[in-house]
Ligand binder design. Structure first.
Ligand code: FES
Length: 144
């Protein structure tokens, strides 16, 4: 058992974040901030012609839980389709991390929102209407 409120997985991803950095030729970039805590998260996506995530990186200026959430999110995103990305909720991220304290759930919500923003940017970069992301997201929420 890990000491303190954080699971060993959270501590591991905080101390050794995976996929931290930027992607120069990203075709989807999402940035979100939480005005309450002042933390900012940025996700870079490289999506290939088959609409599969080939590469993903993140930059998070934020608390340990936000860094761990973004790191875990990137691990869950690689190799996934755009559709699968939309099904990646903050609950799934929290579960993969072995839990987060209640006061830190919003940190994982930021990761879900950053993915959404990055996907909207991806559609924009293709010259398509980014609101399809909202529509698909609403459908996922309804189906669950
Ligand atoms: Fe705000 Fe963690 S405290 S993202």
């Amino acid at each position: 058992m890990a000491k303190g409120p954080y699971s060993e997985k959270v501590m591991d991803h905080f101390m050794n974040p995976r996929n931290m950095g930027e992607i120069e030729d990203a075709n989807g970039i999402g940035e979100v901030g939480n005005p309450a805590c002042g933390d900012v998260m940025k996700i870079f996506l490289k999506i290939n012609d088959d609409m599969i995530v080939e590469d993903v990186k993140f930059k998070t200026f934020g608390c340990g839980a936000a860094i761990a959430s973004s790191s875990m999110a990137t691990e869950l995103m690689i190799g996934k389709s755009v559709e699968e990305l939309l099904q990646l909720t903050n609950d799934a991220i929290v579960e993969a991390l072995g839990g987060l304290p209640p006061a830190k759930i919003h940190c994982s919500v930021m990761a879900e929102e950053a993915i959404e923003e990055a996907l909207k940017d991806y559609y924009k970069s293709k010259g398509e209407d980014p609101s399809v992301v909202d529509d698909m997201k609403a459908k996922v929420k309804k189906d669950n």
